[in-house]
Design a protein around this ligand. Structure first.
Ligand code: NAD
Length: 485
């Protein structure tokens, strides 16, 4: 058992005012890792006040100065790569084979990228009749981030880095299921020289997120989570009309045309469904395969899936780790049962998995359903587990219409060698992100975010700074004032 983990408020690690703690679990074994402080309303107020007090000095540091601090934090993260990778695998059930790159490096890349952006965050200047104007991008103030459990450290970085680069301060609430890496992030931020109060981390449940969304002294809320939570956050934020960014769920399509490179398409489908045991918001879980190549595609797909190793997330040989919680495992298994009951054919997997030495862990076999129809529950709803639905199609117009027939619009993918079709279909798909001949790559330079009910706003790229700033227009007159009075 680790020592109790405390709240990070104003650069200090403090006990919660109401004295409440909750347990965090290792999904690979089902064992308790330790106790974590649970923020209450007074802690939320204290964190917001600390972030408010830290604003003037942080803003006054200027872009170059803030960039230097963010760069130091990126280096500190990289210096603790292995430790953070292990923490993420331990608390999140993700295979240790993934976490150094997918979690730690992607978080550090983000800090490094926005360190570079901070100094060049410029306004514009234009001559107009009667004078000129310029624009000033200004920080919003206190930003609150609310995280999901699937990429805890990465989400903390994706929200903090652009916010801080633009001159804001941050109060971050990690998911109650994975609070450890964000708290370690706060410690490392202090070590790297981030001034006290600039990053505050307050673990807790939905009520903490709600208090932040409703808080009159929070200027911006950025959530990564489910669609229903997004709707609540937006409604709560409306009471103070604070700015809102929402990174929500999806049920993304992956279309494999008859001229696709079949091995690449199979690799894409595997990445789109089984990386992080399927717990990725952008996953392409509706796999539309042209009817003429369906047999060959399935044969190669199953051959590759048979080689996947489900195992202890801490074992470097494991490809597939554990579901985040026992509840979530049962949730995923209930979808699998619904697929079977609806008449979909389960080609592989379809059950809970037992891992030797980790008998109390929460594992689900990588599962593929064939013979799916568009109206099945497994095809319409986000499962957030290792469950792929394969659907057949014969014609481009038909498949694009079916791909778009969903309230979600986070991501989409397509495999084809026809360059014209690739760009035409990419244009026609209703999604915030489209991958051509690959899946799930998210370089920090590329805007990330969904449309329709998958979200509002963009993370990563220069665009993200726009969601953490407001533009002031300053008009400067030349000449006498001609008043009509
Ligand atoms: P969730 O919506 O249950 O929880 C997300 C966060 O919101 C948690 O920190 C939770 O405590 C908090 N929360 C819960 N109720 C709240 C409320 N009323 N007000 C404010 N905050 C509240 O989601 P989850 O189960 O942690 O994560 C899985 C979901 O997140 C999936 O739907 C997935 O697609 C989505 N997700 C999206 C992205 C993206 O970038 N688009 C990335 C990762 C996960």
């Amino acid at each position: 058992m680790q020592a109790d983990r405390l709240l990070c408020i104003n650069g200090e690690f403090v006990s919660p005012r109401q004295g409440a703690f909750f347990e965090t679990f290792n999904p690979g074994t089902g064992a308790v890792i330790g106790r974590v402080a649970q923020a209450g309303p007074q802690d939320v107020d204290a964190a917001v006040a600390a972030a408010r007090a830290a604003l003037p000095a942080w803003k006054a540091l200027g872009g170059t100065g803030r960039g230097r601090v963010l760069r130091a934090l990126a280096d500190t993260l990289r210096a603790h790569r292995q430790e953070l990778a292990e923490l993420e695998a331990l608390d999140g059930g993700k295979p240790i084979a993934e976490t150094p790159e997918a979690d730690v490096d992607s978080g550090a890349d983000c800090l490094e990228y926005f360190a570079g952006q901070a100094a060049s965050f410029q306004g514009e200047y234009q001559e107009v009749e009667g004078g000129f104007f310029y624009t000033r991008p200004e920080p919003l103030g206190v930003c609150a981030g609310i995280g999901a459990w699937n990429y805890p450290l990465q989400i903390a970085c994706w929200k903090s880095a652009p916010a801080l680069a633009a001159g804001n301060t941050m109060v971050f609430k990690p998911s109650e299921l994975t609070p450890l890496s964000a708290l370690r992030f706060a410690e490392l931020a202090k070590q790297a020289g981030v001034p006290d109060g600039v990053i505050n981390v307050i673990p807790g449940f939905g009520d903490v997120g709600q208090a932040l969304s409703r808080h009159p002294d929070v200027d911006k809320i950025s959530l990564t989570g489910g669609v229903d939570t997004g709707k609540k956050v937006m409604a709560d934020a409306a009471s103070t009309l604070k700015a809102v960014s929402l990174e929500l769920g999806g049920k993304s399509p992956l279309i494999i045309f008859d001229d696709a490179d079949l091995d690449d398409a199979v690799s894409g489908a595997l990445l789109a469904n089984f990386y992080t045991q399927g717990e990725i918001c952008t996953n392409g879980t509706r796999v539309f395969v042209h009817e003429s190549i369906r047999g060959a595609f399935l044969e190669r797909l199953l051959e590759r899936i048979r080689k996947l190793r489900i195992g202890d997330p801490m074992d470097p040989a494991s490809d597939i780790g554990a579901m985040i919680s026992e509840n979530h495992m049962h949730h995923v298994l209930s979808y699998i049962e619904a697929g079977k009951a609806a008449g979909a054919q389960c080609l592989i997997g379809g059950k809970q998995a037992t891992v030797e030495g980790c008998e109390n862990g929460w594992y689900v076999e990588p599962t593929v359903f064939d013979g799916c129809t568009d109206d099945m529950q497994i095809v319409r709803e986000e499962i957030f587990g290792p469950v792929m639905s394969v659907l057949s199609f014969s014609d481009e117009t038909e498949v694009v219409a079916r791909a778009n027939d969903t309230p979600f619009g986070l991501a989409a993918g397509l495999f084809t060698r026809d360059i014209e079709r690739a760009h035409r279909v990419a244009g026609d798909l209703e999604a915030g992100i489209v991958w051509i001949n690959h899946y799930n790559l998210s370089p920090i330079e590329m805007p990330f975010g969904g449309v329709k009910q998958s979200g509002i706003g963009k993370e990563n790229s220069r665009r993200a700074m726009e969601y953490y700033s407001r533009l002031k227009s300053v008009f400067v007159a030349r000449g006498a004032v001609e008043a009509p009075y």
